[in-house]
Write a protein that binds this ligand. Sequence first.
Ligand code: KG4
Ligand code: ZN
Length: 337
Amino acid sequence: MEGDNICILAIESSCDDTSAAVIKDGKVLANIIVSQAIHAEWGGIVPELASRAHHQNIIPVVDKALKDSNIKKDELNAIAYTGGPGLMGSLMVGGSFAKAMALSLGIQTISVHHMKAHILAHFIDKPKPQFPFLCLTVSGGHTQIVLVRDYLDMEVVGSTIDDAAGEAFDKCAKIFGLTYPGGPLIDRHAKNGNPHAFKFTKPRVDELSFSFSGLKTAVLYFVQKQQQLNPDFVKQNLSDLCASLQFTIVDILIGKLLTASDKFKVRELAIAGGVSANSLLRKELDELEKKGYNTFIPDLQYCLDNAGMVAMTAYFQYLKKDFASLDFEPKARWPID
Ligand code: KG4
Ligand code: ZN
């Protein structure tokens, strides 16, 4: 596959990061990401503000990706964009830009599934997993265990029945008075805390299902009760609260991944999506190597939303001539399989 001269510009704008990447011969040459700080003051993503920020950022981000990769527009064979799932207004900015640029250059467009892209981020750098492998995809909107049979052949074998893991991190962070997105802040505070200081009960659901909304409510009631006794409870126990919450979420995630591993007799285990940036989750997965599993963790720049993963996926789609028509409509919801 390598040495085939295929050159693709990819755009990711599904949520609150505007990103552009260039891939040539299956190698990502540039991956530019601009995050939108504006949402922090609102305690969550405001869709219209996200669309507006994408609109402002997209041209400079694309320009920089082309410049850093030393690729001229007329060298491009296709323009890829995230077609969904995601926020409709955000998806439309990236999709419309990609279609217009491809039309002006007379080249194809490729519409990429955001969650497939998170998984295929594993093929950007070595070591690369062997098929079939199981990927725990954990982000702000998704929590799934995906059986990956081939680059573009994936089956969801487990998923959340309510909140996503990233949502649990973010909502609990809000209860602790932390700003959005709270996941990285919980990770940071947890480093100085005791993971066994507080015990939060794990939900009882089917063997491969996840549920995080009960955990969020349990944390809320626990904190409210403690604050009645001591108004400074959160301030005085922030590190321990973060460490205990993080321990509980990671314990649930790793436990389910191991259940899937037993069930499908697959010992190649990967993690992907924004929550795969979590230091405890990375450490716990890595520890499984000692027990005979082969584990795969993407480089940090390819965990959070980024166009590098979209470019990698687009490359595999290009090889299969899986192009999008110009009337492709972005999909807010889009099953992986
Ligand atoms: O994949 P992503 O960038 O966007 C979506 O597609 O949702 O994931 C964002 C999610 C947020 O919920 C964020 O809090 C979480 O990933 N996250 C983390 C960490 N870094 C990002 N959660 C826990 N620990 C982290 N270090
Ligand atoms: Zn994502």
